[in-house]
Design a protein around this ligand. Structure first.
Ligand code: ZN
Length: 74
């Protein structure tokens, strides 16, 4: 979890909101993080993206970055 924060904090345009529940935003849209295994299952991949309903039933998603184990260890 700490590693995630270290990665996210270094992405240009990412802001942490103030308040009781701290939210991470990218261009003022809440940031989402999905953890996956790579195709051969050896590495953890972190997919950082935004996902927002812009009109009813219309969504916009923006891929902010994809990071692997090695970035996680830095
Ligand atoms: Zn791999």
């Amino acid at each position: 979890m700490m590693k995630r924060k270290n990665i996210v904090i270094n992405i240009k345009g990412v802001r942490f909101t103030d308040g009781e529940i701290q939210e991470v935003r990218y261009k003022n849209i809440p940031l989402r993080i999905s953890e996956k295994n790579c195709s051969n299952g050896l590495h953890n991949i972190l997919v950082v993206f935004t996902y927002k309903e812009i009109q009813p039933a219309r969504y916009e998603s923006y891929l902010v970055g994809v990071f692997d184990d090695e970035s996680l260890d830095q």
